[in-house]
Design a protein around this ligand. Structure first.
Ligand code: FAD
Length: 441
């Protein structure tokens, strides 16, 4: 059986569209994307932005993977290296998509609550090192004393010694945003084929549970399930699964949480923080003080959604498979830490487990065979970086080039990103707007 999907009306074919591999019929879709999470959506966006016909295939009926299970925290400043490059591109795409697709997006940055002076030392060190002003005139890390943090975060009196504001970071509601992006892409002619498993990919062809589909370019955006589709590649990158426990709570907080809130546990996790000289002192102290929290590989952080509820997390455990049984002691620890930091009683309204790919490096990027691109974020930063990753890798390929992520030894990218134009204006005073400020169409 051959699946029949035709180029969507209005989706003009790109003059330089790649031709199908020899031996296959003319491609009914210029690009077939496997996976409809944020990375697959980003690949579809990169293709439709170039006037190409796109089909996204997913075995699920709805977008339900990591992309809807996370904090919605687009944490640019805490990234370094390739992750920062992708996050910078992703930031512009998020701003554009929030406007065009009409979903809630907050531009109020990230807050860091420091509970020990060594955490302030770490923030100061990164602030001194981060001198480039690629996003605007404000520094990327603005140090706050405890009195300055207090109006921005509902922390209990005496709970913090100070902190920081990272003004360029963003926040979305992941459940709302992913569906809105999908609907927006559909209006632009992108087709979605759900409840359809992909069993193999090759140049110009995708074999699915509904039959083969011909494609000019194939993009694999399957997150941790790369190990099922391309097991040898997954093995080469030491890919495994990371399972996370999450809660959503309600609480009578003394004031709203203006922006996502990180803690010392986050400072020893994200690469820009963890790469400072001061990080080791923070890590040693936290691990010595709280071996119980260290054992669950805690990243104590919070995001407040527009309805006032707070997403609380998260723990991490890795392996080839993640047991579905969530240990209630982890939830108890989350709630205890919530009480200490906010001085408020949380009431749990939802619990869930998330899983993402975890590998030796932060990304698995490959062209496994001509025209078959793999774009997997192999650590917990896919919301921050995924749209930039695909713009760089898939966009460069469709433009006839090759992004440096496919060839890390290459000194520079061969293709200029197309995302620099839509929303390059610097941000102004992210903190002066009301909590409900959003970018909507
Ligand atoms: C609890 C949690 C909190 C997180 N918090 C953040 C955060 O605040 N900020 C941040 O930047 N990142 C965060 N992350 C990471 C981020 O959510 C992920 O990196 C990102 O969502 C990965 O997107 P994806 O599209 O690769 O994967 P997914 O959203 O999982 O999508 C993959 C899709 O591929 C489909 N698929 C797989 N195999 C096949 C196949 N063979 N055939 C057909 N379909 C297939 C699946 O059905 C799925 O829909 C968090 C992750 C978790 C779990």
């Amino acid at each position: 059986m051959t699946a029949t999907h035709h180029t969507a009306p209005g989706a003009a074919r790109h003059a330089a569209a790649p031709t199908p591999a020899a031996g296959h019929a003319a491609a009914p879709h210029d690009v077939v994307v496997v996976g409809s999470g944020i990375v697959g959506l980003g690949a579809a966006l990169a293709a439709v932005d170039r006037g190409l016909s796109v089909l996204v295939v997913d075995r699920s009926a709805v977008i339900g993977g990591s992309t809807v299970r996370n904090f919605g925290h687009l944490c640019l400043t805490p990234q370094s290296g390739e992750a920062r490059r992708h996050a910078l591109a992703a930031r512009e795409l998020w701003l554009r998509l929030a406007r065009d697709a009409g979903f809630w997006l907050s531009r109020r940055g990230t807050l860091v609550a420091a509970r020990h002076v060594d955490e302030l030392d770490l923030l100061d060190e990164l602030a001194l090192a981060r001198t480039d002003r690629v996003l605007g005139d404000r520094p990327e890390i603005e140090r706050l004393d405890a009195a300055e943090l207090s109006p921005l975060a509902p922390v209990a009196p005496g709970a913090v010694v100070g902190g920081a504001l990272l003004p360029y970071d963003l926040q979305v509601d992941p459940r709302d945003a992913a569906d809105a992006i999908r609907r927006h892409l559909e209006t632009r002619g992108v087709r979605f084929l759900t409840r359809t498993s992909v069993g193999s990919v090759s140049s110009g062809r995708v074999e699915t549970s509904r039959g083969p589909i011909d494609a000019g370019t194939v993009v694999v955006a399957t997150n941790h399930d790369l190990d099922q589709l391309l097991p040898d590649l997954a093995d080469r990158h030491a890919l495994e699964r990371c399972g996370l426990d999450m809660l959503r709570v309600r609480a009578d907080l003394v004031r709203p949480l203006v922006a996502p809130l990180l803690t010392g546990w986050s400072l020893i996790r994200y690469s820009a923080f963890a790469g400072t000289g001061a990080a080791e002192a923070v890590r040693s102290r936290l691990h010595a003080e709280r071996p119980d929290l260290a054992a669950m590989d805690l990243n104590q952080m919070y995001t407040q959604l527009p309805d006032g509820s707070v997403i609380v997390g998260d723990s991490h455990r890795k392996g080839a498979a993640i047991a579905p049984f969530q240990d209630e002691r982890i939830a108890d620890a989350f709630l205890d830490e919530f009480r200490v930091l906010f001085g408020a009683e949380p009431v749990v309204t939802e619990r869930w487990q998330g899983v993402y790919a975890s590998g030796r490096d932060e990304f698995v990027v490959d062209e496994v065979t001509p025209g078959v691109l793999v774009t997997v974020v192999s650590t917990g930063i896919g919301m921050t970086t995924g749209l930039g990753l695909t713009e760089h890798v898939v966009g460069a390929h469709l433009d006839g080039g090759r992004d440096r992520a496919l060839d890390p030894a290459a000194p520079t990218s061969t293709v200029t990103s197309t995302v620099s134009s839509p929303l390059t204006s610097p941000l102004t005073s992210p903190l002066t707007s009301p909590l409900t400020e959003s970018l909507t169409a």
